[in-house]
Design a protein around this ligand. Structure first.
Ligand code: ZN
Length: 245
């Protein structure tokens, strides 16, 4: 099976569309695995959920999805994130709200565990270090784990015994067949990359080979920035898209 792995779309419809079009050009995909934060920050929350729901998919909840439906205290958010979360609450359609409320925090698909932050604390923990990755190994049973949340493409290679992990950038191609280790993989963010590369980031997983291809995709950033200004969302949320931060 071929899966498009997307995370942190953040209501950025142009980026999400560009990613799915790109995935079609790479030979297509049968399903989408989404690692949370479909909404929040950006200007098109309803449309992004509609686009996701228009495809076979599975999705886990992210902290911004919970904030948008009032499941999370906004005191944990910085000002811009909180303003955007309140704006999102106001514009969300009822059916979209129900959909976001229904999302699980962890899914297991074949040899992969899907969580937004980490398998240990799916909503909030940022897997930013090998130490944290190692500490989360006991929290999932599969060989591979897919996470988002940091908006930075990365792979943690972890020994099964001893729990020691090393951190690597996510290469264009990661073969999973030759891997003696357990892997925790972050495909980066579709709608708000934070690794100083403004292009949308995602991956295609082929579970038969098995291997993971990581891609960066250009999209019309200026059009999304216009939508953010028009919606009266914080201007910084538009500006950061140009810088990939
Ligand atoms: Zn996010």
């Amino acid at each position: 099976m071929r899966c498009a792995i997307v995370s942190d779309i953040h209501s950025n419809l142009a980026a999400f569309r560009a990613v799915l079009a790109h995935a079609e050009q790479q030979g297509g995909y049968e399903t989408i695995w989404c690692l949370g934060d479909v909404v929040g920050y950006g200007p098109r929350p309803n449309e992004c959920v509609d686009l996701l729901r228009g495809h076979p998919h599975v999705c886990v909840a992210g902290n911004h999805d919970w904030a948008a439906v009032g499941k999370l205290d906004l005191g944990h958010f910085n000002d811009d994130a909180a303003i955007a979360a309140l704006w999102t609450r106001k514009v969300l359609r009822q059916d979209i709200r129900r959909y976001l409320l229904s999302l699980p925090i962890v899914r297991v698909e074949e040899e992969f565990t899907l969580a937004h932050g980490s398998p240990r604390e799916p909503i909030w923990e940022y897997l930013t270090s090998a130490t944290r990755a190692a500490a989360s190994l006991e929290s999932f049973q599969t060989r591979f784990c897919l996470v988002g949340h940091t908006h930075i493409p990365i792979v943690f290679r972890c020994q099964t015994v001893g729990g020691c992990c090393v951190t690597d950038p996510l290469e264009e191609r990661t073969s999973l067949i030759a891997e003696p280790s357990r892997l925790i993989i972050n495909p980066g963010s579709v709608g708000q990359p934070r690794d100083e590369d403004p292009r949308a980031s995602y991956a295609i997983l082929d579970t038969v080979r098995p291997e993971l291809q990581h891609y960066r995709v250009e999209y019309d950033i200026a059009s999304v920035q216009e939508e953010i200004y028009d919606a009266d969302l914080p201007p910084f949320l538009a500006e950061r898209l140009s810088h990939g931060w």
